[in-house]
Design a protein. Structure first.
Length: 251
């Protein structure tokens, strides 16, 4: 059993770690529950829309964001095959790339619907929160498609070897599993240039009602990064040599 001299660890908003005494087991348990793994949800902001967020919802939000990225990453191989078929059928590179992007836009609109409904049924979030979550998932899905397209268009199937680690890195960099302040510096860099951490922070703001004004900034950065990624992907389309056979990799 814990005694009155037991030390607890509390993470303050500043990201510092501090030791201090607790009076009893209940106080220790109460303080431990405040260590929610996120940048936004801290000891002062642990429900939904009223300054609090349940841990299952925090982790669920991370899994939903990761699902959006994994979904487009998995679909990119099939969509790229259709892109090559369009080229072989005589379409220009611009036309083929336009159809490629339209496919991902359709996926971004339809894909998050089922996952958002499922999340609402499981967690009991309000319709308003669910709609906000859907919008964030839509943006994340389409922007993520631009990221994975860089390696998919450049390397074909081999691009999966780069896209999969990118998904795993973002899971840690978002701060959902481990407080972001405790991660090495490289993960802070990844968090500033990859899409999932921004969407995850938007989710947390929606769920907790804290810092909701920051969501516009998160979305703005996501859209800018998506446009840059799309420009890079289209640049690769114009300089890469494509094989005549569908699904062939870069020679």
């Amino acid at each position: 059993m814990l005694t009155s001299t037991t030390l607890f660890i509390t993470r303050f908003n500043s990201g510092l770690v501090r030791l201090g005494p607790v009076n009893n087991d209940k106080e220790m348990a109460a303080k431990a529950t405040r260590l929610v793994p996120t940048n936004i949800i801290t000891e002062k902001t642990t429900g939904i829309g009223n300054g609090t967020a349940d841990l299952s919802i925090v982790i669920g939000g991370m899994l939903m964001a990761l699902g959006c990225f994994i979904g487009v990453m998995s679909a990119s191989m099939m969509v790229f095959s259709q892109f090559e078929e369009a080229l072989n059928a005589g379409s220009s590179r611009l036309q083929a790339f336009g159809m490629y992007e339209l496919t991902f836009l359709t996926m971004a609109v339809l894909g998050p619907i089922l996952s958002t409904i499922s999340f609402k049924l499981i967690t009991g979030i309000s319709v308003s929160v669910a709609l906000q979550m859907y919008l964030q998932s839509f943006i994340l899905t389409f922007v993520s498609a631009q990221y994975v397209s860089i390696f998919t268009i450049w390397l074909g199937r081999i691009g999966l070897l780069f896209n999969l680690p990118m998904a795993l890195v973002q899971t840690l960099a978002s701060g959902a599993m481990v407080p972001a302040e405790l991660l090495p510096i490289p993960y802070h860099i990844f968090a500033s240039i990859l899409p999932i951490p921004f969407t995850y922070q938007s989710y947390m703001s929606i769920f907790s009602g804290i810092n909701k004004a920051n969501i516009i900034g998160y979305d703005g950065r996501l859209i800018i990064m998506g446009l840059i990624s799309a420009a890079i992907a289209y640049g690769i389309v114009n300089i890469r040599k494509f094989h005549k056979h569908v699904n062939a990799n870069v020679s």
